[in-house]
Design a protein. Sequence first.
Length: 290
Amino acid sequence: MTQFNPWVKPLNLMKTEPLLSGGRVEYEDFDASSDVLSSLLYTLFQENWQQVGVGHVAEGGVLELEFTAAPKLCILYDGYLTVAAEGWHLHLCIEPSLGGPECKTPLELRQQRQVSRAAFYRRFNAQGSPRSWGIKFWNGANVEVMTIFLPNPFVEDENLLPEGKPNLSKLALYEQLREIYVLGTKPIPFTRNPLKRSYISVCTSGRCLPSRKWEPTFTALKTAVEKAGLDIEVRTSGCLEVCKLGPVVFNSEDRSWYTRVTPDVAQTIVEEHLVKGNQVREHSYPPVLD
């Protein structure tokens, strides 16, 4: 594991694209490595969810979603950042997605899915004045996959402000983030990747047969972790890609899966694996061969 570096090295790469309707879009590319993207996205979705929107922009259609409350979930699993809001959620691949415990995803597809380019943008009108601000992401096939909409000083709620009376204080977030991630004049405000905090999760998917009774397993894990005094979050998750062998448990620290985890097995996992570092072979997935 590489050491976390709080300083982003500037790419000094600016691109401008003319708009057929007049005006232009100005892009400032920045480092799209995992630690950088994790820190930026955590800052946006966990700490500034009230200010940002997320969606997709294409000629003929725009999707724009807003948060009405803090995200219920912000987690990194198998390369994908998942952010769950009230009524909707998003996934963005910011690390190689290996394809579950058996690593089924071909190398070419891993490279295609992962964000390979990220840029801050400003959109200018035909008169040369900036009118919108945000951040865009492209995958390894150079396809634009997501847009983050940053606060717009010309808009209040959904209404345009009177001409000549923009609320320029709304540019503060754009300017602060640009200093860190584009210019590299200020450090990332974290001492480690904020999405890499250790956790152990229990699958709650209805496909997690033969047992759908994940609650006793979750409770047993949480009790055992607290008793051991471990700095590990115990959480629930959606499908962990090991169906019909439930309850299924995933340990983020070493990317390991367990199947048929009863409350007694959950306690053993904590005592043996999380505390002592000894994998519980009888319930490991894929099975550990002698």
